[in-house]
Design a protein around this ligand. Sequence first.
Ligand SMILES: NC(=O)c1ccc[n+]([C@@H]2O[C@H](COP(=O)([O-])OP(=O)(O)OC[C@H]3O[C@@H](n4cnc5c(N)ncnc54)[C@H](OP(=O)(O)O)[C@@H]3O)[C@@H](O)[C@H]2O)c1
Length: 241
Amino acid sequence: MTEQTIALVTGANKGIGYEIAAGLGALGWSVGVGARDDRRREAAVEKLRAAGADAFGVPLDVTDDASVTAAAELIEARAGRLDVLVNNAGITGGAPQEPTLVDPATIRAVVETNVIGVIRTTNALLPLLRRSPSPRIVNMSSSVGSLALQSAPGAGVGPIAVAYAPSKSFLNAVTLQYARELSDTKILINAGCPGYCATDLNGHRGLRTPEQGAAIALRLATLPDDGPTGSFFDDAGVVPW
Ligand SMILES: NC(=O)c1ccc[n+]([C@@H]2O[C@H](COP(=O)([O-])OP(=O)(O)OC[C@H]3O[C@@H](n4cnc5c(N)ncnc54)[C@H](OP(=O)(O)O)[C@@H]3O)[C@@H](O)[C@H]2O)c1
């Protein structure tokens, strides 16, 4: 088994996921670039390697059981364990997302990727994470899923988005369920919000760079053994549920 820390980032071919992979690579870690499109994945791996990162491609569609199983097999064959899983892949589902107009199929698709995809991927990788001395799971969430912020008068977190925002509330709740079940293990699992970053997800309207968005994931991926679990953070600290 390799001594080098090994991580897998889902949806790492672009945006915040790519920058998370770059940041972990800069730490000297071996980073699996999880991505569903062969061309985009290989381009990202090449770019990361050119920057000096020990990156390798992991074909991965988080909505596909066989793909996720194959990804876990690839990591097992390569390293025999996984130290850090960053569940970053996500979609918004597009428009319309007003509750009165939404197509139920949009809600299903968003939950399938943003929530069930995380559960599917986490469960497939858990046996490998359990072999790590300091396993970490980072779920990329969003403050738009915070029920506390959405219900605070005047807080105004994000546009009305009945598929995307509740998918992140759901993901937060799922993160807590894992933290409770895994509380007697060494696994720390937390949710992180990258802030509003300019990526394809929002037509590059975000105000922060993807690199700035990656910072919270890097922090949660490198928590000490006595670090928090079952919490929700952004760069400023704890985000209310
Ligand atoms: N940008 C923001 O302001 C913001 C704010 C809060 C939270 N977030 C969260 O941060 C994460 C990254 O967002 P981003 O802004 O970097 O978005 P992005 O640029 O659109 O990147 C999303 C990534 O997820 C991948 N993906 C989507 N569905 C997938 C699937 N079924 N299987 C595997 N990969 C899949 C995409 O792959 P393809 O290239 O193949 O589509 C892409 O690599 C998301 O979870 C998002 O909800 C973003």
